[in-house]
Design a protein around this ligand. Sequence first.
Ligand code: PMP
Length: 372
Amino acid sequence: MSDQISLDALLRPDLRGASPYGAPQLDVPVRLNTNENSYPVPEDVVADITARVAAVAPELNRYPDREFTELRTELAAYLSRTGGVELEPAQLWAGNGSNEVLQHVVLAFGGPGRTALGFTPAYSMHPLISTGVGTTWVDGLRGQGTDAPFDLTVESAVEQVREHQPHVVFLCSPNNPTGTALTLDVVEAVYAAAERAVVVVDEAYAEFARPGTPSALTLLQGRPRLVVTRTMSKAFAFAGGRLGYLAADPALVDALRLVRLPYHLSAPTQAIALAALAHADQMLGTVEAIKEQRDRMVAELADLGFAPVASDANFVLFGGLVDAAATWRDLLDRGVLVRDVGIPHYLRVTAGTPAETDAFLAAAAEVATTAT
Ligand code: PMP
């Protein structure tokens, strides 16, 4: 007898009809769609990575250090050196990409019967990670309808927090996909208004921020419900290494141990992340060059008649497009893959090498008259 029940009927009702995260991975000459760092890992770091993997390989019969103590120590040292604040290893937590540490936070503090609030447009995984573990998602607004549509003001953020009384609040600074960083007064005000919430500041792009943009790490002291997430995928040029991390109060970090799967960070992952951290200055050596390309893109896109948004990240959101999907296709036909993030009349492009910027701007110049 054939099985009559459809998979759709078996699937959790709240997942029926949902779409997975799906940035296209197309094999084209210029890939500027996922905000990776275009520069390869330097050769001497590759040698160190290889040596460290070789060193742990004979012991792969054993589980890795479940508490990844050495890695937490080195992450704390790195943030203490660069983040403007002294942090202890007990304040650090890591996962396979910052997506995983974000998931740990909502597993522990969100979930069924609870609400998470974000301010859209922001990182598309915040709602997916939240609803994936049964949390109700509330799409908050930025400045839609005003002449600063992507800005988030203290007044508006606080009002929305009061209205929705969330259990988890997501802020993203610098914000993906709009590019701009939040001022710390927004973080402080949201934290004060969200009295029963864990407040997450996703700082995946922090290392690219323009001068005068302090990290929310400087607010951790005295705020036991504040979480700041970071990643090695962007400035650190280590997206394939899959290492994201967060800093928070030790008690909050301790709670995350309730929801992580045992041994979630493999021995090779811990080893290669330690290798990358040992060469942090070198790994971060391309940040200034990428910022230059970002600023060049903003200036030249404006000259071409597009409407780029100021950016503190390694990408630029640009608007003024008649039909974003058509322009996306026209750029792809010229060998340049950018991202259609679903904001009408806008596309997002990652800042990479000078040659990639040349190729992107040449293609943009070709399509400019029909696109804008
Ligand atoms: N946060 C933001 C804002 C991002 O843009 C991304 C990657 N696109 C991530 C988190 C997750 O990155 P990863 O899991 O590679 O650390």
